[in-house]
Design a protein around this ligand. Structure first.
Ligand SMILES: *Cc1c(COP(=O)(O)O)cnc(C)c1O
Length: 386
């Protein structure tokens, strides 16, 4: 019988040690492996190509997403770059969301500049624009949902069907949801990619990525190229990721619960202008999120009234919300996208993407929600008194 996500997350690699009966697997740090005899390699010969610790976490991630296998890489960006390297040749087209993760935007653009492939950025919720983009016969359609920082939702099933009609491969960046809340392969995507740096590891102490696919031939190609270009993850990071994944389900549940409490509080604040959270019925993607997600996640954004001075004062008063980029860890982070994560975008591009200077984004952690609310309350009090 198929095991459920919470069980898979816990049981990866447990009780596999035959030498000492370790419940938790050891870390295999060795870079190289001896040959049994002349011309007789073992399962592993060199850790860039294969490492037992990385094998374990790859197996866990493949199982969690429902794929045939996975390649764990040095970062989310190297995972995305790996996919593009394997499946795109000069002249080939990738269709990507106009509001995709900044690093992906920069990668696709800079690779286009040097002639590696062509990219068409499009609002994937604009049916006409999407159709025009698909008419260019893309090799890859790249989906990222929910988007960052406004949490726009894209219909994975619908886009996958349209993309497949054109013979394109569908790649979904599932970083914001994790396999606990969304399973793109089951919705029609061919390949899932994650920044494991975020929810999957969950403790903000490694940078890693993963590619998970449904087709054995594609998996072999991806693994071969990952070794060839040397982007596989090291043993220690693989181990921390394996460890982080064990608590993925309860972390996400708590983070989501806290997010809901914060949204309810923030919505009642006179200084809050606009809330972005897919559980809200007035959120543009609410219906699709309800259909394709198993929950609404723990990322939220809102606009604060009063201009930059109020934002600065508000942020300076917070003690439990760390002003930092990244997301998905157990600690709550707050970010000002216009000057931080999205600072690389032109003013024009920010405007088109809807990233206003009054926008704040929160990655909700697992602290006590009342403490978080009290902290916000003090910051609002200070900002109101000003
Ligand atoms: C962080 C992130 C990435 C890049 O991952 P790194 O691990 O930082 O290289 C890609 N996509 C999304 C949605 C992200 O949040």
């Amino acid at each position: 019988m198929m095991k459920k996500t919470a069980t898979i997350a816990i049981h990866n690699g447990l009780n596999e040690d035959t030498q000492f009966g370790c419940v938790v697997p050891p870390i295999y740090l060795s870079s190289t492996y001896n040959f049994l005899e002349f011309n007789q390699p073992r399962a592993h010969d060199y850790s860039r190509r294969g490492n037992p610790t990385r094998d374990m976490v790859q197996k866990a991630l493949a199982e969690l997403e429902g794929g045939v296998g996975a390649v764990v890489t040095s970062s989310g960006m190297s995972a995305i770059h790996l996919i593009c390297t394997v499946f795109l040749k000069p002249g080939d087209v990738i269709v990507a969301p106009h509001d995709c993760y900044g690093g992906s935007y920069r990668l696709f653009n800079s690779q286009q500049e040097r002639g590696a492939y062509r990219v068409i950025f499009v609002d994937q919720n604009d049916d006409i624009a999407l159709k025009q983009a698909l008419a260019h016969q893309p090799k890859i359609v790249f989906i990222e949902t929910p988007s960052n920082p406004l949490l726009r939702i894209t219909d994975i099933q619908k886009i996958s069907e349209l993309a497949h009609q054109q013979g394109a491969l569908v790649v979904a960046d599932n970083t914001f949801m994790s396999p606990v809340l969304q399973k793109p392969l089951a919705l029609g995507a061919d390949i899932v990619v994650h920044s494991c740096t975020k929810y999957l590891n969950g403790h903000s102490d490694i940078v890693a990525g993963v590619v998970i696919c449904q087709c054995q031939k594609q998996l072999e190609e991806l693994s071969w190229w990952a070794n060839n270009i040397g982007v596989t993850s090291g043993a220690f990071d693989s181990y921390l990721l394996l460890r982080g994944i064990r608590t993925l389900v309860p972390r996400i549940r708590l983070q989501q619960e806290n997010a809901q409490a914060l949204v309810a509080f923030l919505q009642a604040q006179p200084l809050v202008e606009k809330m972005y959270y897919p559980a809200l019925e007035n959120h543009v993607g609410h219906q699709i999120a309800k259909k394709q997600q198993q929950g609404f996640g723990a990322m939220l954004s809102f606009e604060l009234k009063g201009g930059l001075d109020v934002i600065k004062l508000f942020l300076s008063q917070l003690t439990l919300f760390t002003l930092a980029e990244s997301l998905g860890g157990v600690e709550t982070l707050i970010c000002h996208p216009a000057t931080m994560t999205h600072a690389g975008m032109s003013e024009e591009a920010k405007k088109t993407a809807g990233i206003s200077p009054s926008l704040l984004r929160i990655s909700v952690g697992i602290e006590d929600s009342q403490d978080l609310i009290n902290d916000l309350q003090s910051a609002f009090d200070a900002a109101t008194k000003r």
